[in-house]
Ligand binder design. Structure first.
Ligand SMILES: Nc1ncnc2c1ncn2[C@@H]1O[C@H](COP(=O)(O)OP(=O)(O)OP(=O)(O)O)[C@@H](O)[C@H]1O
Ligand SMILES: [Mg+2]
Length: 261
């Protein structure tokens, strides 16, 4: 059975795309057949995995608003990953989708056609709560919320959690909120930890462990068109490997995900 994971937070720059790419590579290294879906018109996931969005003929846009079959747009992205790429065309998909009945279900229906080919699908949502993110959350079995460990990280979390609740009530009752994934974490200061304690106090939201440490390796990796797992050993890659192992255990053995306390 395919597990679909959405990575969502309407706040920009919190490491959604980095999490999708790194987790995808880590799950692939664990033997999972991985499909990553770039749902952001900026195409950062597509770009960071070595494909130039400007040079692609077809993308997730053609799947969502056209009749194009999913298989026709998929590209290989290295490290065993298959990618459903995005191009800037996707910016127009929002308006097109708004006119479609059942618009929130478009991605879910599309992914159902390739369910036999993949064990895990991870969806990179754009930094908004628009119709693309609603498609991601409707298609997903579970949702992970990357949260940058800085002051005011909690702003917008309440709105995101309300959206998840609405999705559960309306389009996807089975959606499971896995929790917040602390990113850009600096273990040398107490600040990161204070921010996380504040978030878990304010909201009924588990904070997952391990946190993803801040390291320059991530910028180096995306510039080279591969993930942080492909390069030299580093603590960022190790954290995503551990998260991938924990997620896989929770899916296959029904074990609980570790949380910070
Ligand atoms: N653990 C980390 N340590 C250092 N830099 C990181 C880390 N994770 C992500 N980054 C960097 O932070 C920036 C933002 O990351 P990313 O693009 O993944 O965020 P995003 O949430 O997808 O952004 P957007 O909302 O624009 O889609 C990138 O330059 C990325 O390389
Ligand atoms: Mg992104």
């Amino acid at each position: 059975m395919t597990t679909v994971l959405a990575v969502a937070n309407q706040k920009g720059g919190v490491a959604k795309t980095t999490t999708v790419a790194s987790l995808g590579a880590a799950l692939s290294a664990l033997g999972q057949r991985v499909l990553l879906v770039d749902l952001d018109p900026q195409g950062c996931l597509t770009f960071s995995l070595g494909h130039n969005p400007d040079r692609l003929d077809k993308s997730v846009h053609d799947v969502l608003v056209g009749e194009t079959k999913v298989q026709e747009v998929l590209v290989e992205a290295g490290e065993g990953i298959t990618l459903m790429p995005a191009t800037i065309d996707l910016a127009g998909a929002e308006a097109m989708l708004l006119m479609k009945p059942g618009r929130e279900y478009t991605l879910k229906r599309a992914l159902a056609t390739v369910a036999d080919d993949f064990d895990v699908v991870i969806v990179d949502c754009p930094p908004s709560l628009g119709v693309l993110t609603l498609n991601g959350l409707t298609a997903a079995d579970s949702v992970l919320v990357p949260l940058q460990c800085e002051t005011l990280a909690h702003r917008g979390v309440g709105q995101l959690l309300r959206t998840v609740q609405e999705i559960k009530q309306i389009t996807n009752p089975e959606l499971e909120l896995l929790g917040a994934l602390p990113t850009l974490y600096d273990s040398r200061t107490t600040h990161s930890r204070d921010v996380l304690a504040d978030v878990s106090d304010r909201y009924d939201l588990p904070v997952l462990s391990p946190p993803i440490p801040r390291t320059v390796r991530f910028a180096e990796a995306s510039a080279s068109g591969s993930t942080v797992l492909a390069g030299r050993k580093n603590k960022g890659a190790d954290a995503y490997r551990e998260l991938a192992e924990n997620l896989l255990a929770s899916w296959t053995k029904d074990t609980a995900l570790p949380t910070l306390d």
